[in-house]
Ligand binder design. Structure first.
Ligand code: 8YV
Length: 331
């Protein structure tokens, strides 16, 4: 009878996932869901075999240094692994895994929702009826937004989520433009009738809507810098369901305030959970739609993510290579 791996789970997960985890592992749950302190995490990493963190846990090199000999795997409950120092883990012989694929479609749905909501003034319209007596009746020139159909969408990061966004956007009549580290395969490019831009600058200057779908890495920090945001046309919209730090948020706010960009749909922020009050004000005015990092927040998706975490743990402890291993430089 093999010893069951000791698994420390930092946040409350959907019930079926926790039940399964308890069946299979010596699992420590977080019933209250209060985020764990750095100190609590370090203590847990000293004795656990597996750590299951989420986007709200920063697992840095100093913490990994203090991990016990038993820690073999950091099985992230999430796709992005920017919360984990993957290099430091590799140096210590600790594997890192994530939960790709299962959340791509959900995140792409939310991206598409923002692509529609901002130009069509969805939240602004909804709020008018939420308040009292603000609707004086229909008029031909009232609440005019901008047409989605026929516009150019520029996808920054054409990976699993970016491709899923492109498929949806095609159905809404948008043409697809993309910038990526590597050009996607010719069949996908042809299917999507997608135009590849080697130069991000050139793409930004030509598209109507930008969707940020790349991972957050040191190389993509402020990829949409003040200089690049200035390249956007004043009629352009920007949507971000990836990570806040990919956009220079202060520069974006400034450009929105100065009407140098038409609007933004943001599911992620540079200093989550804090949201720049200027963005909240812009959202009240209807120029911006802001959401509290809920791109992949579906019950089905979260259960699938949990299943992925379980498979990664089981595979490693069965002596094989976990399917969703994240290697240094591969994020
Ligand atoms: C989650 C996400 O909110 O997977 C990601 O990268 O941003 C979302 O799915 C979060 O990461 C869960 O840890």
């Amino acid at each position: 009878n093999k010893k069951r791996p000791k698994v420390f789970i930092t946040r409350k997960l959907p019930e079926p996932v926790e039940t399964r985890m308890c069946e299979l592992f010596d699992a420590e749950l977080n019933i209250e869901d209060a985020p764990r302190s750095q100190h609590e995490l370090v203590e847990a990493m000293k004795t656990a075999d597996v750590l299951v963190p989420t986007v709200t846990d920063q697992i840095d090199a100093a913490m990994i240094e203090q991990a016990g000999e038993s820690l073999k795997l950091i099985a992230n409950f999430g796709n992005g692994t920017d919360n984990i120092d993957v290099d430091a883990a590799a140096r210590k012989g600790i594997a890192v895994t994530n939960t790709p694929n299962v959340l791509s479609e959900d995140t792409a749905d939310m991206t598409m929702a923002l692509i529609l909501a901002v130009p069509r003034r969805l939240t602004e319209g909804a709020n008018i009826l939420m308040g009292e007596g603000q609707w004086n009746g229909w008029s031909p020139t009232w609440m005019l937004g901008h047409r989605i159909w026929g516009k150019r969408l520029g996808i920054v990061g054409m990976g699993r989520i970016g491709t899923a966004v492109a498929r949806r956007a095609r159905a809404f009549g948008l043409s697809i433009h993309y910038h990526n580290r590597n050009r996607v395969d010719p069949v996908t490019e042809e299917d999507l009738e997608a135009t590849y831009w080697e130069s991000l600058d050139q793409m930004l200057a030509r598209v109507d809507i930008v969707s940020v779908n790349c991972p957050s890495t040191p190389a993509t920090f402020h990829l949409l810098s003040a200089r690049r945001l200035d390249l956007l046309r004043p009629e352009a919209f920007i949507v971000n369901t990836a990570r806040g730090g990919i956009i220079d948020e202060a520069a974006l706010v400034k450009n929105l305030q100065e009407n140098r960009i038409a609007g933004a749909g943001l599911d992620v922020f540079e200093h989550e959970p804090a949201v720049n009050p200027k963005l909240v004000r812009l959202a009240e005015q209807g120029r911006v739609v802001i959401l509290p990092h809920m791109g992949s927040a579906t019950l089905e998706g979260r259960i699938d993510m949990g299943e992925k975490v379980i498979i990664n743990i089981r595979t490693l402890f069965d002596g094989h290579r976990p399917p969703d291993r994240v290697l240094p430089g591969q994020q």
